[in-house]
Design a protein around this ligand. Sequence first.
Ligand code: SF4
Ligand code: SF4
Length: 117
Amino acid sequence: MTYKITSECISCNLCQSACPTGAIKVVDNSLWIDANLCTNCVGSLYTVPQCQAGCPTCNGCVKQSTDYWESWFDAYNHVLAKLTNKQDYWENWFNLYSQKFSEQLQERQCRVWGVES
Ligand code: SF4
Ligand code: SF4
């Protein structure tokens, strides 16, 4: 189980320079921990995970959940953000879809009622 950067991160980059394995990287302008490189600082000079220990926020860097689906969605959102270069791809998609759907519904109602939109 590795550590992960959360939305509470203020991008101070302290953890990136503190990480002994180089696991913390900048991807699409935000920090991300490579699970393949994070060792939880076990086997290093340190007795506590350096990313969490030095973080100025309370929850900018936390241990990954053991919940399978939460971890799965974290990984999915990360890959999706890389592919689309957008953190909130589905939220934007849904907002756009809702807006278009409302417009079409309104046009249809106007046509049925014979009112100009
Ligand atoms: S727990 Fe240690 S190895 Fe893992 S990201 Fe944090 S500082 Fe790097
Ligand atoms: S130390 Fe904390 S706030 Fe600073 S970049 Fe790392 S996770 Fe973000």
